[in-house]
Design a protein around this ligand. Structure first.
Ligand SMILES: Nc1ncnc2c1ncn2[C@@H]1O[C@H](COP(=O)(O)OP(=O)(O)OP(=O)(O)O)[C@@H](O)[C@H]1O
Length: 350
């Protein structure tokens, strides 16, 4: 039987939540960031999360830890040598997959990607995980978003920590594309994310900040000191940068198709065909949206290599999915055919 990372959960936070009301977020205990568990492991030592996790076992709430350097490293010059940290984590609530049937009704008819499963996680409990954005590695930057590798700690005993890809909208860019992408990921059936030859990264949820949390005072009154006042307003900028996040499996780096053999390009073509067969269209099928990592995924990490790589198609912000944002099969098929023909000329396959 599959073993999911959140093996045991705390029993003390059994409150139902919904996407627009985080319930206990307002009364959350103030946590000094320096109190969060640290075992000194570097990000490279933390295993990447590769397990498929059914929707009902994903965290309901994520406490996000950031510090002054999160947005721009230049900020550290101004606050250099000062211990300015966010005194409370930013609480995000899961919107996709929906947590309750009521939430499900609010999500434009898109179906959750998973159904009731055989996992052991307790039903009716609020599962809170921690995402540490103070220790990250940049995976990539797109036109609308930034993607970081960061440790996600699941609430188990002992706690289980894995690295995941965290995608969030760049400041001042539209957040709608991230939401649209979340709806597509939410509708992907398990076999597109899992198995020996998955097509897309595994989806670990889309989390949003509620108005209450957004407006919440962090308990730091700013003081009289100019630097503290400045820090206080900078915190607002930091808070504004984390209004929603998409958590995904980290799946390698973008391919350079010039370096791929014909058979490898054909393998990518086959993935696209399978995606289309499942009635999804990627919508911007460029090299930067095809990831490669050592494979095959059936082998332990140490035995994987680029001789038999694994590919994934990413970035569904412009994607289409039947019954997600497109009601007609013929429309999907038509766009898919065009995408395949474009892709084939780009990948030089036929
Ligand atoms: N799951 C992932 N694993 C590893 N790296 C990723 C992952 N998702 C995204 N990236 C990296 O981040 C980059 C930007 O991601 P993505 O293409 O999703 O952003 P975007 O802003 O939607 O892109 P676009 O410019 O096409 O609108 C990718 O090219 C890739 O390098």
């Amino acid at each position: 039987m599959t073993v999911y990372p959140p093996a045991v959960f705390p029993q003390d936070d059994a409150l139902p939540l919904n996407a627009t009301n985080p319930g206990n977020a307002e009364t959350a205990t103030v946590t000094d960031v320096s109190d969060t568990p640290e075992d000194g492991a570097s990000l490279q030592e933390i295993p990447k999360l590769e397990t498929f996790i059914p929707g009902e076992c994903l965290p309901d709430v994520i406490d996000v830890y950031i510090d002054k350097d999160f947005l721009y490293n230049t900020s550290s010059q101004y606050f250099a040598g000062k211990q300015f940290t966010m005194r409370q984590p930013i609480k995000l609530v899961r919107q996709y997959p929906p947590r309750t049937p009521a939430d499900e009704g609010n999500v434009n008819g898109s179906k959750p990607s998973v159904e009731a499963s055989d996992c052991d996680c307790p039903k009716g409990k609020v599962l809170t995980a921690q995402l540490d954005l103070r220790h990250t590695e940049l995976l990539g930057v797109g036109h609308h978003s930034k993607v970081l590798l960061a440790p996600l700690t699941f609430p188990s005993t002992p706690s289980v920590r894995h690295a995941v890809a965290v995608k969030f909208s760049l400041p001042y860019s539209s957040h709608k594309m991230l939401l649209d992408e979340a709806k597509i990921y939410n509708a992907f059936p398990r076999d597109l994310q899992d198995g020996n030859t998955p097509i897309v990264p595994k989806f670990y949820g889309y989390y949003v900040r509620s108005t209450e949390v957004f407006d919440r005072d962090d308990g730091n009154n700013g003081g009289d000191n100019d630097l503290e006042k400045c820090w206080k307003s900078f915190q607002t900028v930091l808070l504004n940068s984390i209004t929603s996040i998409l958590l995904l499996e980290a799946c390698g780096k973008p391919v350079n198709t010039d370096c791929l053999a014909l058979s490898q390009r054909q393998d990518i073509g086959k993935l696209l065909k399978r995606l289309h067969k499942a009635n999804f269209v990627q919508g911007s099928f460029y090299e930067r949206n095809i990831l490669i990592q050592p494979g095959p995924l059936t082998l332990p990490h140490a035995e994987r290599s680029y001789t038999e790589p694994s590919y994934r198609i990413i970035d569904f912000g412009r994607g289409l999915g039947l019954h997600v944002n497109c009601s007609f099969l013929e429309d999907i098929r038509h766009v898919a055919k065009e995408e395949r023909s474009d892709a084939h000329s780009r990948l030089l396959i036929n």
